[in-house]
Design a protein around this ligand. Sequence first.
Ligand SMILES: Nc1nc2c(ncn2[C@@H]2O[C@H](COP(=O)(O)OP(=O)(O)OP(=O)(O)O)[C@@H](O)[C@H]2O)c(=O)[nH]1
Ligand SMILES: [Mg+2]
Length: 254
Amino acid sequence: MIDVGGYDSRHLINALINPPQSLKILLVGPKRTGKSSTGNTLLGKPQVFDTRGGGASTAASAFTAGRHVTVVDSQGWGSSEEFVPKLEKIEQLRALSLCGIEGPHIVLLVIPLLDFTEQERKAVERRMEVYGSAVWRHTMVAFTFGDCLKRRACSVQEHIASGGPALQWLMEKCRYRYHVLDNKTALENKQVGEMLSKIEDMLDENGGWPFSLHMYQRMEEEWIRREQELRAWLKADVGNERGNLIKGTFLELT
Ligand SMILES: Nc1nc2c(ncn2[C@@H]2O[C@H](COP(=O)(O)OP(=O)(O)OP(=O)(O)O)[C@@H](O)[C@H]2O)c(=O)[nH]1
Ligand SMILES: [Mg+2]
């Protein structure tokens, strides 16, 4: 088998014959956590996204590790814990819209392998709420600054175990789905292929469904509508034994 830039030829030929749908990845997270660098790592190019910071959300695509990948690099989040300023919310929703109508296949929450405080946790929670609670089902943590972990001679499992309740909370929200990245050396080794495989596995777990805010909002509206209908029906005098039985069960459940 011929090795083509670190990837086997069979994989590459297969991708060329049956071009897969572009894998859409939305990068989100607080400021200066390594989002743009992670975007460059994922696209296999060092300078697609500007790593000087402060820019608006942007999208870029490339053929990388045998897949066509589209990355949206979001503007860094602020640190207010109690509420998300309106302009920030607008920018968050704009970043999501850059993924197209179907939404991203995965949301990568970029967090450095450093201390994760309760204040940072709250700020992250507030911003994820903008996308609705269903977003967590599609979220994986990209732990950046993997090189610092190496220097501390600490494993990621040790870092998580000693990370305190804020990091535990984050891990539980993402169902312990994470990937460690060292953006300083990523382009020289196979971190991208491994990460994309993990992303594809997670997408399979989700039945291939991307994260569509629109779809989840419609589902939520439909559930509220049905619940209201059911409540109205139960309030009305059903006047028979079956009705009272259903009423009792429903009230027990709610
Ligand atoms: N050592 C090390 N440095 C990193 C890593 N990832 C990013 N950096 C550095 O961290 C700084 C911020 O990286 P960016 O990728 O611009 O971070 P960002 O989250 O896009 O920043 P904003 O867009 O300002 O929110 C840059 O100086 C990067 O070189 C990493 O894995 N290891
Ligand atoms: Mg950036």
